[in-house]
Ligand binder design. Sequence first.
Ligand code: ATP
Ligand code: MG
Length: 314
Amino acid sequence: MSQAALLQTDLPLPLARRGKVRDVYDVDADHLLLVTTDRISAFDVVMSEAIPYKGAVLTQLTAWWLAQLPADIPHHLITADTDEIIEAVPALAPYHAALAGRSMLTKKAEVVPIECVIRGYITGSAWKEYQTSGTLAGEALAAGLRESDRLDPPIFSPATKAETGHDENITIGTVIERVGADTAATLERLARTVYEFGRATAEPRGIIVADTKFEFGWRDGTLLLIDEVLTPDSSRFWPAGSYAPGRGQPSFDKQPLRDWLDVQRKAGRWNGEAPAPTLPPEVIRATSLRYRDAFLRLTGAPLDLARLGLPADQ
Ligand SMILES: Nc1ncnc2c1ncn2[C@@H]1O[C@H](COP(=O)(O)OP(=O)(O)OP(=O)(O)O)[C@@H](O)[C@H]1O
Ligand SMILES: [Mg+2]
């Protein structure tokens, strides 16, 4: 039986890492298997419940974006089709149900240890820095920006991947010191190209991609776009219909969950640390529907549960 909601996988391959959301396995020296579970985090805490179809939305959305991108953006994806994955890695045959829809077979790359963040709207930590010093990543911005204002051109604001806690913003000068001027320029150019493509594609479809994070890795002398791409977990998605600068915007996908957690906190039922309170079924369902709605709006078609081998809506 395939599963709509899966918290963790246990596959017969060496586990390379378990992130907040993804279980990453080494297939061989050249290939990785990325399994996006249905775990969800909010306020930096991973919830105890899984969100049905979330892993499939993130995986299939990444695959969809990669298929839309201009051909001159090399990337790591080999396939997000479960049958093709099992054909390539026969040892996974008994695990079709766990893999269904939520897995990607990729080319393994040597990860560039820079989180390539692009911001097309000013919010979050960038808004905080701007309010304090009028800068973003140390560079002066135009005066008079309001919270959630659009940034044109978008701003490349790299960070280092921290093993624990929050990523640390770094200047372009620091990126150049770490990876060299040529690679730094390529990272910025690729990140801008993919983000601008994503922002322009999503906006008429009702979703503002306020900012996003890309990762890149080397493979045979080429920089590949790796990891997840333009998903609600790697980006801030805002509903375009209710967008108004001068205030914070709701999250397209996680707002039902965040709102409910806020109520629990204010009522003294949660201290904001792990473990989070048990999520009620209606919050799980509302969140699952938001993720699937994001997929539908962006791609123009609902997540095809039957084709992906996932159970019908529950
Ligand atoms: N093609 C690839 N080659 C090598 N590494 C890759 C590739 N694609 C993705 N990765 C790496 O896989 C890891 C994915 O796991 P990660 O820890 O980010 O999981 P996550 O669930 O997103 O957790 P978190 O929320 O903590 O980021 C990242 O470290 C990323 O750099
Ligand atoms: Mg990650």
